[in-house]
Design a protein around this ligand. Structure first.
Ligand code: NAD
Ligand code: UFG
Length: 347
């Protein structure tokens, strides 16, 4: 079975993808600096697999380190070879993702997200490993008047984080164009991943001050925060709040496995796909759904619009459906129920 290197594999989306791959019998090698996750996630992976008697410790390899450290990356490739677990392909999640921080510390974001990716691609090439699936984001889109966003829509990010994602997409395109017979590259543009594994054993890191809506709702639900501030009720939408395309992280994990399989079945490939449900919900609809399925009241107040927000964002999902015959299965209710099931274990 193939051995897949997962950078950022103890993070939110990475850990769920590890489960999806391990359940199908793949070997996985995780690299993570633990800057935004912890080794406890490895216990979560084990516990989930033990629920179905599927745990095999020889299938999970973990290396703590930074993707900006070239000799560390080279050691991981060499060590894997020595163990007769040569790395066949890479899913690249490792990176920083806080939009506000990216604006105040742009060099850090270019260093981690772009230089880190270049290091990784260099080491992959040196080791004759040329299949990579990259975590991109809907934040790369710029033409907010023409919705839904298609993969061919204008790329024009509004923040440093988005620029770094677009830059890595361009680098992947460039290396593919330079040697298209050898590379298989894919960029998945995620919309708004929320929720967690239904077991409640892994989920999103809820430490610190969340910027995104879902962990914020959970912190209010658990009493860590007094109230949620809804950024604007004067948007040109049905209820005045912003619409987003939420997708369950378990669906998102599954699509990595399916896309990777697609890449591995081809001699050469260069793919960019939106990953969302294609159906947006408003902030108020998200809150009401959370309240209903979890039977908890969320204290909220309207405040002014957040700088850089757009009224509506959602995916045109026809490309991924036509190519992979894939559709997300889980509902907004599932996202709210499963996400809270994890978050309440974190307090
Ligand atoms: P996360 O922070 O939970 O996971 C990222 C992981 O990468 C963390 O475990 C972190 O410790 C690790 N990491 C960070 N810098 C590193 C470095 N220099 N070297 C090694 N490891 C490092 O984030 P996530 O939500 O799981 O996101 C995964 C990827 O998906 C990121 O690239 C993110 O930009 C992208 N993405 C996320 C979202 C979202 O809303 N969560 C949306 C679109 C795209
Ligand atoms: N919101 C609030 N209150 C909060 C937090 C958010 O009202 O405390 C609102 C926002 O104004 C927005 C909606 O909830 O209308 C969703 O906000 P998020 O920050 O959760 O998500 P965004 O769509 O703004 O951005 C997120 C990530 C980006 C990523 C994008 C698309 O932060 O990095 O999804 O994937 F690019």
């Amino acid at each position: 079975m193939k051995n897949i290197l997962i950078t950022g594999g103890t993070g939110f989306i990475g850990s769920h993808t590890c489960i999806s791959l391990l359940e199908d019998g793949y070997d996985i090698t995780i690299i993570d600096s633990l800057i935004n996750s912890s080794k406890k996630v490895l216990e979560g992976l084990r516990d989930i697999l033990e629920l179905t008697n599927n745990f095999d410790e020889n299938k999970i390899h973990f290396y703590e380190g930074d993707i900006r450290n070239t000799s560390f990356l080279q050691d991981v490739f060499l060590d894997s070879k020595k163990k007769k677990k040569t790395i066949d392909c890479v899913i690249h999640f490792a990176g920083l993702k806080a939009v506000r921080e990216s604006k105040s510390n742009p060099l850090l974001y270019w260093d981690v997200n772009v230089k880190g990716s270049i290091n990784l691609l260099n080491i992959m090439q040196e080791n004759d490993c040329r299949t990579i699936l990259f975590s991109s984001s809907a934040t790369v889109y710029g033409d907010i008047e023409n919705l839904p966003f298609k993969e061919s829509s204008l790329i024009n990010p509004s923040n440093t984080y988005g620029y770094t994602k677009a830059a890595v997409e361009n680098i992947l395109k460039n290396i593919f164009d330079a040697d298209s017979s050898k590379w298989r590259v894919g960029s998945l543009r995620y919309f708004n991943p929320i929720g967690s594994h239904p077991s409640g054993l892994i989920g999103e890191n809820s430490r610190g001050k969340p910027e995104n809506i879902f962990p914020y709702i959970c912190q209010v639900a658990s009493g860590i925060k007094d109230k949620l501030y809804i950024f604007g009720n004067d948007w040109p939408t049905f209820d005045g709040t912003c619409y987003r395309d939420y997708i369950h992280v378990v669906d998102l994990a599954e699509v990595h496995k399916i896309t990777l399989k697609y890449l591995l079945e081809r001699d050469s490939a260069n793919l960019t796909l939106n990953v969302g449900k294609g159906k947006p919900f408003s902030v108020l609809e998200l809150i009401k759904t959370f309240e209903r399925v979890n039977n908890i009241k969320i204290n909220y107040e309207f405040s002014s619009r957040r700088d850089g927000d757009i009224a509506i964002s959602f995916a045109d999902t026809s490309k991924i459906y036509n190519l992979l015959k894939w559709k997300p299965l889980k509902s907004l209710e599932d996202m709210c129920k499963d996400g809270w099931n994890w978050q309440k274990t974190c307090v």
